[in-house]
Design a protein around this ligand. Structure first.
Ligand code: MTE
Ligand code: LUZ
Ligand code: MOS
Length: 748
């Protein structure tokens, strides 16, 4: 097992915030939230709450010493509501108590009188009401209007994709300590320590240098803690700052599901035109993004949806529009893929509809339109080191795609009660934050006098194995065994002004900074060794924990060299910084090169449907994924399989439901289903394409975190094929998730 965190997890040795020993004067924070999706707070009656045993203080927006504002991109979100609530779950009061129970008792005592205002949950309705975060954005390429007449077939339609609960194992958690009179230290389960630091500084009205944020690890983030760990950390810090006692806030699962944002549901329209050979001539789409009550990261997510509107295809005429619509649902947020999955589901649906119309295999159309080296994306970026066709062809060859389809047809001819289906899903995903500013990282590396190494970066470990990757980068660069390297917590006092660990770029950016810091140390140590061995610098070689004089083969141990360097008073600490070069984007033209590079891959998903019961399963999944030179193969394999399964869950069994008015129905694990062990395909084959070293990331590697999620979309189309095999005239909208419930209804 290579991901060094896993052994500790399995043994129960890993500590998360909820596992930490608490000081004797700890207070628990319980958050009172709005019960209704939209309304005006008329009156708050605390009842007997404050006289309950253990209840220490109840904080509302008046108590905030700084600004009551946590919006990161758009300043539209209060920490504690000061009058209007916009979703069921919006925080209003923070109860501080000496036990969790007394906090819950206090909740029951308090009556909040809210006069309701009509709520909107549908993004199209919100659009008609003009309730947008920012004006719509359009990416335009070629001449779509005049292209339609060149098409042999034009297909139009509507696509719905649902939200998705992150269901990280560790719910939102924070623990804040007052530090002397004027400072705080915050432990937070956040992907973005700097965002927490900034928000706490703003809310408390103190400079950032009086707020220390520390993160050991997360029990999963998946984007759900990129922005939405912030309010809970800010509330804990607020409580600690006001009471001068440590405050812990850990959400229960049901509060977490109810009060925090999820993947954005999208409602989209498409129009696609093909020529008689199956070439895509033109494509138009409009995405109505259901943003929920506050902007959060919605505008960035919409932007990434626009960038991925054409997935892996070259299309000469494209017009895609994205509209960020406020609704009275929890503020939807980052989730693995960040708008990419939503957009890719639309184009795959469009191709599927067009294929049916001209009676051609979907995979034939997909393949003939794949991006070739040098093709342009609609936003002006030229494809480079484009592997999409290579992954497709490798899949065909290695996993017998054509034979598989033949066998499925044969099977379906002979069987009525079970029907099989398959789909191929290509993925091309751009790597870099689309907000150029965020593409920077820092690292701080110490070598201690015994030769052991300590690495701090801005990367947050959330199960994706970034720590293991940083260990491998440092060990490889310093030519020492990985066991000599330790990754420290992510802490704002050691590495400052960090970007969130997100956009799949955690290992890329922080790996580059780590490598650069280690190269700095090697340079210094090389001089020390040369001097000590009495040879030229170029005669010195570092290898396997030793330092060689290549002239005569003599060597000293790494540890000895470190001892010499220390006594020679050579610094054993190095700090380094990395910023992704050559990326830019001109928003006035919607053109540029926003990504350092793309990750490519193709998957074949095979499903079977029990026609009587409407249940389906996935028999076999085969993935050819372009990993570049993997920094850690076990870790990447875990990311590819795990990402795929999470994507599969999104399009099949994970159904997020809200009542008409906006209250969540699927508020727990009994009503919201995530893929379990039985749901996992019987056979998962992953072929990592490692032969093409990526020049744009550390040591020839490639980002891996998000792209595999989108292979899951193929699961929707595989099940759809099963359904059509069972009932060729079935009426089925492009609406994911395609739950067994929907299947059974459409089979009736
Ligand atoms: N894998 C695990 N086990 N847990 C997670 O929370 N988050 C995903 C992905 N893989 C996640 C994960 C998301 S949304 C991103 S952006 C990347 O990991 C972030 O890590 P990286 O940039 O280091 O790949
Ligand atoms: N976060 C972000 C992201 O702020 N910008 C991005 O481009 C992005 N992409 C994927 C996931 N998170
Ligand atoms: Mo991932 S959605 O970038 O945290």
């Amino acid at each position: 097992m290579n991901n060094n965190e896993i052994i500790k997890h399995v043994r129960g040795e890993s500590q998360f915030i909820d596992d930490l020993k608490l000081p004797h004067d700890i207070l628990y924070g319980t958050v009172l939230t709005s019960e209704i999706p939209h309304g005006k707070i008329e009156k708050i009656d605390l009842g007997n709450a404050l006289s309950l045993k253990g209840v220490v203080q109840i904080i509302d927006h008046h108590d905030i010493p700084g600004e009551n504002q946590i919006g990161a991109i758009i300043r539209d979100e209060e920490l504690l509501s000061d009058g209007i609530v916009k979703f069921a779950g919006e925080p209003i009061l923070l109860i501080l108590s000496e036990s969790l129970d007394s906090g819950r008792e206090a909740l029951k005592e308090i009556k909040v009188d809210i006069s309701p205002i009509p709520a909107i949950t549908d993004p199209r309705e919100s659009f008609r009401a003009g309730n947008l975060i920012v004006p719509p954005r359009t990416f335009d390429y070629g001449d779509t209007d005049s292209a339609w007449e060149k098409c042999e077939v034009v297909a139009e339609g509507r696509v719905e994709s649902g939200g998705q609960e992150h269901f990280y194992m560790e719910t939102q958690a924070s623990l804040a300590y007052p530090v002397e009179k004027d400072s705080v230290k915050v432990l937070s389960s956040t992907q973005s320590p700097t965002s927490v630091q900034k928000a706490v500084s703003g809310v408390l009205g103190i400079p950032m240098n009086r707020v220390e944020v520390d993160v050991r690890r997360l029990g999963g983030g998946f984007g759900g803690k990129e922005d939405q760990a912030t309010p809970w950390a800010a509330m804990a810090a607020l409580g600690a700052y006001i009471t001068k006692r440590p405050v812990k806030i850990v959400l229960s699962r049901s509060d977490d599901i109810r009060n925090t944002g999820k993947r954005h549901p999208f409602s989209s329209d498409f129009k696609i035109g093909l020529d008689s050979s199956g070439k895509i001539v033109a494509y138009e789409a409009t995405f109505y993004q259901n943003c929920g009550a506050y902007a959060d990261l919605s505008t960035a997510i919409l932007e990434r949806a626009l960038f991925h509107a054409t997935n892996s295809y070259f299309i000469p005429n494209v017009r895609v529009t994205g509209i960020s619509c406020y609704t009275n649902l929890p503020p939807f947020t980052a989730f693995r893929g960040f708008g990419g999955p939503q957009a890719m589901f639309v184009i795959e649906s469009a191709i599927s509809k067009a294929a049916a119309k001209i009676n051609m295999n979907v995979r034939k159309i997909q393949k003939m339109n794949l991006l070739k080296e040098g093709d342009l994306f609609p936003y002006g970026m030229v494809t480079e080191n484009c592997n999409i066709i290579a992954t497709w062809e490798k899949l065909e060859e290695k996993f017998q795609v054509e034979e598989t389809y033949k066998k499925i047809d044969e099977f379906n001819r002979k069987n009525d009660l079970i029907k099989k289906g398959a789909a191929v899903m290509p993925v091309s995903f751009g790597i870099s934050f689309t907000n150029k500013m965020l593409n920077q990282a820092g690292a701080l590396v110490h070598i201690y006098t015994d030769g052991s190494v300590s690495v701090s970066t801005g990367a947050v470990e959330m199960g994706q194995g970034v720590n293991k990757k940083m260990i491998n980068v440092a060990a490889e660069t310093l030519s020492i065994p990985p066991s000599r390297v330790r990754i420290e917590t992510t802490n704002t006092t050691r590495v400052a002004n960090t970007s969130p660990t997100a956009a799949s770029s955690g290992a890329d950016l922080n790996g580059m900074a780590t490598r650069s810091a280690c190269i700095g140390l090697v340079k210094r140590l090389r001089s020390v060794a040369a001097k000590s061995m009495g040879v030229d610098i170029d005669q010195i070689k570092f290898k396997s924990g030793k330092v060689f004089n290549i002239g005569n083969g003599q060597s000293i141990l790494w540890e000895e060299l470190i001892g010499i360097a220390y006594s020679e008073r050579v610094s054993l600490t190095s700090q380094a910084y990395y910023a992704t070069p050559d990326i830019y984007f001109d928003k006035t033209k919607e053109k540029g090169k926003p990504f350092a590079y793309h990750v490519f891959g193709t998957a074949l998903i095979e499903a079977e449907l029990d026609v009587l019961r409407g249940v389906y399963k996935f028999n076999r999944v085969s993935i050819v994924h372009d990993t570049g030179k993997s920094l850690d193969q076990q870790t990447d394999l875990g990311q590819i399989e795990g990402g795929f399964i999470q994507g599969l869950g999104w399009v099949t069994v994970e159904e997020l439901l809200f009542e008409e008015g906006g209250k969540i129905i699927t508020g727990g694990s009994s009503t919201y289903k995530v893929p379990d062990i039985k749901f996992i395909p019987d056979e998962i084959n992953v072929e990592m394409m490692q032969d093409l070293k990526n020049p744009y990331a550390v040591l020839g590697s490639k980002a891996v975190g998000e792209p595999p999620f989108m292979y899951g979309i193929g699961g929707y189309f595989a099940v759809r094929k099963c359904l059509f095999a069972a009932k060729p005239d079935v009426q089925l909208n492009f609406d994911c998730p395609l739950t067994p419930e929907k299947i059974i209804i459409s089979l009736m």
